[in-house]
Design a protein around this ligand. Structure first.
Ligand code: GLA
Length: 407
């Protein structure tokens, strides 16, 4: 069992943060950000499945699928284009799409006609991570362009801005951090000035305790880690990195442990369930990243489990914390509206027989006596006790909602 080391922030990063205006963790973000992302954003993003190959047709097909397969009704709203839609700037600096996206306005209209919203991607640097045109020096122009198309969400990915930071403040990490924060603040201001509600998603891989300052510059969500990939090890590593971040999340501003890989790669059904369950426990954005028109019914049923989605979307917006770990089993709890409690018991062990049966300690969760709840994957009523062992296969999860826990 590998336990996460406590998150340690680089001294330099802390110095940068100290130099920047500091909100307390729970300071309410300014009024305009209150209008979007009151619960973690739900939708789909093109990157995890299509990577650089995504086309306008693929995005339309994703919207079609989402609108007709039950996902929209389950709460999925944003259809987000990731990197590689960008073309060249014209003589006036106006950015155009490339040939994979012949008509962005038409695409936005199409997505909106399905009752969905459209997201886009850029970088504060001159180039995006895939080497396409970024927004550096054109922030307001790009924000205005997005608004004119009808864009509802922007993922803003650091990428080549790192070079600008290094150039502007060589050998001065603290100044580099201030430069980075200023770049994100600049785009937030540009987006706000369009008057269009646009979710602002920060992507800089969790550097420099982004959770400390992102809400104060209008960030609705911020990546807490490097990129996810569709393997259990990566999903587990990311999960471990989330310990300690719960207090930074709340309505309008969320930790983002990256987009979902449910249905991608060779993840087993148990791994897909556990990944989805834990992202819901973490109040993470639920952005599916798979091939929506061609997924299996089993993957669809995981992505549209209403009870699990309700955990993610709980209005209190309180992210789960890890209550304890015992052997290869981790127990996480999340406080929900109306005094309810979600309990996740996760077998992170890779040996099928390593750690089951598992005896839950209710005392370690601060609970007294048997607890009645619903198993959100079987839909059955269950009673959690100290002495009835829980059978959990490798990488599988028991997720229970206890409506009236007894403490
Ligand atoms: C970075 C991001 C990914 C994706 C790619 C696109 O790696 O972290 O989520 O947006 O860039 O180039």
């Amino acid at each position: 069992m590998r336990l996460a080391a406590p998150l340690s922030f680089a001294t330099l990063a802390l110095a940068a943060i100290a130099a920047a205006p500091q909100p307390p963790a729970h300071k309410a973000p300014h009024a305009a950000t209150q209008m979007v992302a009151q619960t973690p954003p739900m939708g789909w993003n093109s990157w995890n499945f299509f990577h650089r190959n995504v086309t306008q047709k693929d995005v339309e097909a994703a919207a079609d699928a989402m609108a007709s397969n039950g996902m929209r009704d389950a709460g999925y709203v944003y259809v987000n284009i990731d990197d590689t839609w960008e073309g060249e700037r014209d003589a006036n600096g106006v950015l155009h799409t490339n040939s994979k996206f012949p008509d962005m306005k038409a695409l936005a209209d199409y997505v909106h006609s399905k009752g969905l919203k459209l997201g886009i991607y850029s970088s504060p640097g001159p180039k995006t991570c895939a080497g396409f045109e970024g927004s550096y020096g054109h922030e307001q122009q790009d924000a205005d362009l997005y608004a004119s198309w009808g864009i509802d969400y922007l993922k803003y990915d650091l990428c080549s801005y790192r070079k600008i930071m290094a150039e502007q403040a060589p050998n001065d990490k603290a100044a580099q951090m201030r430069t980075m924060i200023a770049a994100y603040a600049k785009m937030d201001k540009a987006l706000k000035s369009t008057g269009r509600p646009i979710v602002f998603s920060l992507c800089q891989y969790g550097d420099d305790a982004v959770w400390e300052w992102a809400p104060s510059i209008g960030g609705n969500l911020w990546r807490t880690t490097g990129d996810i990939n569709p393997t259990w090890n990566r999903i587990y590593d990311i999960l471990e990195e989330q310990a300690g971040l719960a207090r930074y999340a709340g309505p309008g501003h969320w930790n983002d442990p990256d987009m979902l890989e449910v249905g991608n790669g060779k993840l087993s059904p148990a791994e897909n369930r556990s990944h989805f369950s834990m992202w819901a426990m973490l109040a993470a954005p639920l952005l599916a990243g798979n091939d929506l028109p061609n997924m299996t019914p089993e993957v669809l049923s995981i992505l549209t489990n209403h009870d699990v989605i309700a955990i993610d979307q709980d209005r209190l917006g309180r992210e789960a914390t890890r209550a304890y770990a015992d052997g290869e089993v981790e127990v996480w709890t999340r406080h929900l509206e109306h005094g309810a409690l979600a309990v996740a018991v996760l077998n992170v062990g890779s040996d099928r027989y390593s750690s089951h049966p598992f005896n839950l300690s209710l005392a370690k969760l601060g609970l007294r006596g048997p607890q009645n709840g619903k198993d959100l994957w079987t839909g059955k009523e269950v009673t959690l006790t100290n002495d009835e062992p829980i059978e959990l296969a490798s990488h599988d999860i028991l997720l229970v909602r206890i409506p009236a826990p007894r403490y």
